[in-house]
Design a protein around this ligand. Structure first.
Ligand code: ADE
Ligand code: ZN
Length: 341
């Protein structure tokens, strides 16, 4: 007689075909890797390795990115880091990811964007050859940059037309930068004209006004976080009606102090209001997140069943900037996952 053994809940979530759309390369350093590279560079770390990833909030966290990225000063280290992202995706059963990287954090590479993209691309290609998932890069502005710096980055991207780059992004701390949507409007318009997609951090360190600007000034195809849209009913209605996807990162929002507990997190309210939400890790190594963990957390906290879980996975795939072939394959596999449930 054939008896099939029940699949453990975490295995079933690992098997769930899904994409990730909000994940920073800057957030993928392992503590041991930072300690190693710091020793080789003669750099003193601000605290012991065991406490390295203890952050007091978003500002402190962003400062730390400069230190970590400053250590990735050779093509080999950048390729190693990129390969590690692909390995992390495979470990979570993630079929594809849009990966954000922000050139301002990587001091050793300033003025050498092409070399930097090539080093990342080399790590990604090696991963693909080893059968690991593929990624697209979203090159990011920092909220505190000037309009001129934004124009310069878009000029470079338009000249290079690097095949690994899928989007222009903006991240960083809106609380300290203030309102900057209008400042970047021109750069985002030109990026779209050049065939790049647009993704915008908003509604994390800004309130609903940051999300309105992402839509109205920057023409965002997708919003990173966006969760504080919940504070404005008219905005929630627009997001739902236009199906503008939000790349939500629940644990990141808890660790960086946006919400005190998962019960206070608005993802379930946004989902129930018809907003297209996906689950993501933001900065997985630094914040201690995994994609399987995010799905498990929300299923526990909000009682999501397999149909809801699959709907979120479908949003993650559909809202990614993967090519049509990758999307079709993942969506077909997702349909099978549901019938095997
Ligand atoms: N860069 C890396 N992680 C970020 C976050 N959560 N918010 C803004 N910028 C970031
Ligand atoms: Zn982010």
């Amino acid at each position: 007689m054939h008896t099939s053994r029940p699949v453990a809940a975490s295995d079933r979530l690992k098997q769930l075909p899904k994409a990730e759309v909000h994940l920073h390369l800057e957030g993928c350093f392992e503590a041991a890797q930072i300690a190693d590279w710091a020793r080789l560079q003669g750099v003193t770390l601000p605290r012991p390795q065991s406490e390295l990833f203890q952050f007091s909030g978003l500002a402190d966290f962003l400062d730390f990115l400069d230190l970590a990225c400053g250590l990735a000063c050779t093509p080999a280290r950048l390729a190693e880091l990129s390969y590690g992202v692909c390995q992390r995706l495979a470990d979570n059963g993630t079929g594809y990811a849009d990966v954000i990287f922000n050139p301002t954090h990587w001091h050793a590479w300033h003025g050498r964007l092409e070399a930097m993209l090539d080093a990342m691309d080399a790590g990604c290609k090696e991963a693909e050859q080893d059968g690991l998932p593929s990624i697209g890069l979203c090159v990011s502005l920092l909220r505190t940059q000037s309009a001129d710096a934004a124009a310069e980055l878009v000029d470079r991207l338009c000249t290079l037309r690097h095949p690994r780059v899928v989007a222009l992004s903006v991240d960083g701390n809106e609380a300290s930068a203030g309102r900057t949507g209008p400042r970047f409007a021109d750069a985002f318009r030109r990026a779209a004209d050049a065939g790049l997609r647009r993704t915008v951090h908003a509604g994390e360190s800004s309130g609903p006004e940051g999300v309105w600007d992402a839509l109205n000034c920057l023409g965002a195809d997708r919003i990173d976080h966006g969760v504080r849209a919940i504070e404005d009913a008219a905005l929630v209605e627009v997001l739902a009606q236009r199906q503008i996807p939000l790349g939500v990162c629940p644990t990141s929002n808890l660790v960086l102090g946006v919400y005190p507990t998962i019960q206070d997190h608005p993802i379930e309210k946004l989902r129930a209001a018809g907003v297209a939400v996906s689950l993501n890790t933001d900065d997985p190594a630094l914040l201690g997140t995994s994609l399987v963990g995010e799905y498990a957390l929300c299923r526990r906290a909000f009682g999501w069943n397999d149909a809801i879980t699959a709907a979120l996975a479908r949003t993650s795939i559909a809202s990614s900037f993967a090519n049509a072939d990758t999307k079709a394959k993942l969506l077909a596999a997702l349909a099978l996952w549901q019938t095997a449930g």
